[in-house]
Design a protein around this ligand. Sequence first.
Ligand code: SAM
Ligand code: SF4
Length: 310
Amino acid sequence: MKDSFGREIDYLRISVTSRCNFRCAYCGAAPPLTEELSPGEFAAFAAAFARAGIRKIRLTGGEPLVRQDLPAIAAAVKTAASPETLAVTTNGYDLQRFAQPLAKAGVNAVNVSLDTLDPACFRAITGVDGLPRVLRGLEAALNAGFQRVKVNAVLMRGVNEDAAGALIELARRYALDIRFIELMPGEDDPAADGRRVTAGEILAEYPFLEPLPGGGETAEYYTAPGFLGRVGLIAPVSRRFCSDCSRIRLLSDGRVKPCLGQPETYDLRPFLSDPGGLYEEIRRVILLKPAGHRFSEPGGGLPPMNRIGG
Ligand code: SAM
Ligand code: SF4
């Protein structure tokens, strides 16, 4: 359905947990939410969202693969909501074990977050000595038959700004998309602006990247001769895309969050046993979706991402 600004809201991101086995510095380390919905509860909510026009669903976190029942959640959501795309965003640490079960459960796209191919830098960013294991997870994803595998990287000046070249090489060698996402400011994080590497800076550094037609998507895609995959640039800060936003977010405890960059949430749990009321409440919340984020305003940064799922 359309929100009050005429945007078609058809993309639901479900955070299945706010727990995580990594400690990425830019992500925020809020204590995890105590309550987590069951596969059946996620499915009931997903069905109501589908009735309100949701066509694409992403399972994220926290780290979604810390939930051992993630394949059961995926299968239940798929059956209840029949989305055109069912995707998972993961840090990849447990993906070697989960790639096949997720594909069998009906997941058709996987995003792996990976900010560097240097083991020491990886440890410095995530707090975990896990690069080889994540790379095995990525390989398992490439072999599991998903329609699309994407790698998402956040570049930070003075931390991993030199990682772009090796990450772009992945798109030359493998049929995957490597996407660079601009660092978004956390709460009380005025230094983020200085650390952010913008989409424009990446393009200036790699002039061989040729733009691909398309648009309307949050990412702008590029390729180069001989590449099997694509390079994507996602610029929420320097090229704000709120006017095209199609997203709504469900948190792991059953609250719905209409905008990543605004604090408001609305509790859907009171409507769990009332499908008609749940549908009406979802429509009401979609109509309350604000015009956009306030990253450029004082105090307008992101709440902790581990609770929201990006
Ligand atoms: N744990 C999973 C993962 O890392 O892919 C899923 C959740 S994580 C919050 C989703 C995405 O948010 C990751 O790709 C991460 O890099 C991104 N992210 C977290 N904090 C960010 C920030 N301050 N700016 C930009 N992206 C951020
Ligand atoms: Fe965990 Fe993902 Fe946040 Fe890193 S970005 S701390 S892996 S939730």
